[in-house]
Design a protein around this ligand. Structure first.
Ligand code: NAD
Length: 523
């Protein structure tokens, strides 16, 4: 098969097909459609490259097009009736088996994720663990999926509401949580009785292949889960516009999310969007400063700052500003940057060359901003162990003003902006003064201040004395403003994405009883 396929490299740059096929040890992964692993309709492939060492080709993946999406949607449509009618507790039994397979393969999946995505092994283990937790959480819903009963207006009449599956769901995911985010969508969609076509990010298809393989091994019937790999325009866009796809669950940038929403609006499909963030940690003058430093370093530089919930702003009370920034710089200076597969590494590479370009561009913007100081980092590392990868130093800007671009725009890299504030009210105003609304944190020992901030922050997630990152799967996850469009993933709230309500009235009076909407006066 490899001989007939043309290799296409990262970001769509064509590579020499012969040199790609001259590395026979590199495995080729296919699409999963109708229960079969099949090459793309056009026979083309793209390479998945290790961001810590670009000589390392993790695998070759099907470079798909609209034809592959059409096949996958047909397979999902064919499987829909049987899966919808399979009782939810039976569906759950299969999902529990998925969880067991993920547990069995956890260390292999984590190692493969570090290789394709770059984050350190401890974090990729956490990413797989999140998928395991999500599996058990979703499977548990197989014996709940609660609806409700409620009194009717009339005697001898019964009223209840039941959930019904939305139908055929398209799932489009980003690269920064390559198994956790697909699991947040896939497993709730399945327990609710939907069939799916999933399109993972082009930078991290292997972790989704692993998740889908686990589903296949666990006995998810053919056609219920379909996987199509490839690029956004070529594969994501046809999925969004396909007439048979009822719902698109998308996680990614706000810009792409807007395109997805517009595509859904064209044909009255449902968009459920999780998008960008510009998250904030507030540090008050009464805070435990060492704890606040731990939270800031973890929130800003964990996953190399490539989390939607990353701490990209730190608003610090002026009374502790000097002490906080000094300690922050000392602590961040000690972080070890390298290949995430090395257990000594704290901060891995960023995802690809485009990310380097974007992040370095923001560092230049920050350096040009009048008043902001580049207090730590700011350079791309290109020598020795860093020569072949996409490594950027943890970077701290201090004396940042709230309106500066580095304090307003999502950078999605190891860069944080420290902003001074005079009071809690001013800190909250600064914190709320961005277009995103995903995660916020406050460090204070004063319960009144903590609750005041909790009440005033317009975000989907809020932490007290804890970093802006670290969601748990049984609580709803999502954001306000440009971060989301009103849906929440995880928690039981995710069921409202993947089901629709049906109100049911049963009249056992044996006569026509008119509801109050049809009467001039209540009887
Ligand atoms: P992205 O928007 O570039 O891509 C996301 C997905 O959309 C990918 O699979 C991509 O191939 C696909 N896509 C691209 N163009 C498309 C199109 N025209 N039609 C349909 N699909 C298309 O985002 P990314 O770089 O992969 O991820 C980083 C972004 O994701 C950041 O903004 C981050 O904040 C956000 N994110 C948000 C959350 C959250 O829950 N709010 C979680 C993780 C990441």
């Amino acid at each position: 098969m490899a001989q007939t396929q043309k290799a296409v490299g990262r970001n769509g740059k064509r590579t020499n097909g012969r040199s790609a096929s001259s590395r026979p040890s590199v495995k080729t992964y296919n699409n999963y459609i109708g229960g079969e692993w099949v090459p793309s309709a056009g026979g083309e492939i793209f390479e998945n490259i290790n961001p810590a060492d670009t000589r390392d080709v993790v695998g070759r993946f099907a470079l798909s097009t609209e034809d592959d999406i059409n096949r996958a949607v047909d397979a999902a449509a064919t499987a829909a009736a049987h899966w919808r009618r399979t009782p939810a507790p039976r569906r759950a039994e299969i999902l529990f088996r998925v969880g067991e397979i993920l547990i069995r393969n956890k260390s292999q999946y984590a190692a493969e994720m570090t290789r394709e995505m770059g984050k350190v092994l401890k974090e990729t283990g956490g990413d797989v663990q999140e998928a395991i937790d999500c599996t058990y959480f979703a499977a548990g819903e197989g014996r709940r999926l609660h609806g409700f009963t409620t009194p009717a207006e009339m005697p001898d009449k019964f009223a209840m509401c039941v959930r019904q599956p939305v139908g055929l769901c398209g799932l489009i995911t980003p690269w920064n949580f390559p198994m956790a985010i697909p699991s947040w969508k896939l497993l709730p969609a399945l327990i609710c009785g939907n069939t799916v076509v999933i399109k993972p990010a082009e930078d991290t298809p292997l972790s989704t292949v692993n998740l889908v393989e686990a589903c296949a091994e666990a006995g998810v019937p053919a056609g219920v889960v379909n996987l199509v790999t490839g690029y956004g325009e070529a594969v994501g866009a046809p999925l969004v516009k396909h007439k048979d796809v009822r719902l698109i669950s998308f996680t990614g940038s706000t810009e792409t999310g807007r395109t997805v929403a517009a595509g859904c609006a064209e044909r009255n499909a449902i968009p459920a969007l999780e998008m960008g963030g510009k998250n904030v940690q507030i540090v008050m003058d009464d805070a435990d400063i060492d704890l606040a430093i731990e939270g800031a370093v973890w929130g800003a530089f964990g996953t190399t700052g490539q989390r939607c919930t990353a701490t990209s702003r730190i608003v610090v009370h002026k009374k502790v500003y000097r002490q906080f920034t000094k300690k922050l710089i000392e602590r961040a200076e000690g972080l070890r940057i390298g290949n995430g597969a090395d257990p000594k590494t704290d901060v891995g590479p960023v995802i690809n060359a485009d990310a380097v370009h974007k992040i370095m561009g923001y560092i230049e913007i920050g350096e040009r901003e009048d008043g902001a100081k580049l207090a730590l980092g700011g350079k791309r590392l290109t020598r020795g162990e860093h020569a072949r990868g996409f490594f950027i130093e943890p970077t701290v800007f201090t004396d940042v003003a709230p309106e500066m671009r580095i304090a307003q725009e999502e950078i999605f890299g190891p860069v944080t902006a420290v902003i001074p504030a005079d009071s809690l009210d001013q800190a909250v105003e600064i914190a709320n003064g961005v277009r995103y609304g995903l995660s916020a944190a406050i460090y204070t020992r004063d319960v009144n201040r903590a609750f005041h901030a909790m009440n005033e922050m317009y975000t989907g997630i809020f932490y007290i004395n804890s970093a802006t990152i670290g969601a748990e799967v049984h609580l709803p996850f999502g954001g306000t403003k440009a971060t989301g469009n009103g849906h929440r993933e995880a928690g039981t709230q995710v069921l409202d994405i993947f089901t629709e309500w049906k109100s049911v009235y049963i009249d056992y009076s044996g006569r026509l009883q008119r509801a109050q909407i049809d009467q001039a006066e209540p009887q």
